[in-house]
Design a protein around this ligand. Sequence first.
Ligand SMILES: [Zn+2]
Length: 310
Amino acid sequence: MIAAISTVFPETHHMQCLYHLYQNLPKNLRSCLGSPLYQEFLKDFRAIQRSHCESVFERRSAGIVEKYEAGKKYITTMLLNRKHTWVKCFTSRHFTAGTQSTQRVKSENALIQKAVQSSFFLSQVQESIENRLEFELINNRYSIWKSSTLQYTQPFVIQTFFKDIDITMKKYLTQSIHDAHYKQMCQSVCYRTHQVPFSEILASDDDSFEPFFDKEVDDSIETPIEADEDRELDLKSLISMVNSDDILEIWKVSRYNFPKCYQHVILLNTGEYLCTCFMLVTHGIICRHFFKVFVETPKAYFHLVLIPKR
Ligand SMILES: [Zn+2]
């Protein structure tokens, strides 16, 4: 399958579904490691999977094979040798529209399985599926109604700061992509920003970098939505991706209520920008951090070509 993907779709990047990746771990490692050690492995594995940049991945995965010797074969061949397909620092460099798993297809499948029984006649199967689809349609209509009535919008913000951008986006983008940007523009006012001098960056200690999310390895704890500041990589990795002569300005953008969560935005003389959240790359959406910087400096430019084609 993996070989076939690279032959048939040479331009694509193969990634693994995180849901299945995590599902396969207990099947292959729990019995050979033993339960307590397996739990420890799971914790380490989560941290490795969420590594935002390559140096962090290297640090976290160092010694993992020796530590879990009994699972050496699986960890080496199925996990580490395929790191490009599941570790965040590699997968987050590609446009995925935010998809990390095949969950959506799977949940549709599970719904159908629940609705039908193996003893059913074909006509009963059809009837059950139709009933289920009708029920889902009602659910869907309800969620659309809910989001349309409860969605917070700030026309004042758009009118004041992003009027022309909004008009252009309305004209050329589809409704859903326009709405995604509208939300980012509205959210940008929740941030403060200041320009970071180059000298400060060179002097900064990279080891102190610790993304907010990585502290939270326990999935049972729900991350509050407002703390949703997932940095994909640190500033130095971001700078290393571009020619330093092309950098015009660097800005640090942080939330008013969560000053510890911050992103860096680099403005380039090509009219482009890079942000440590990497939203433009992974989701194809210009992020709220850029919109915040856009309001502050005349060196930040908006142009429709920033948004990748779908
Ligand atoms: Zn951003």
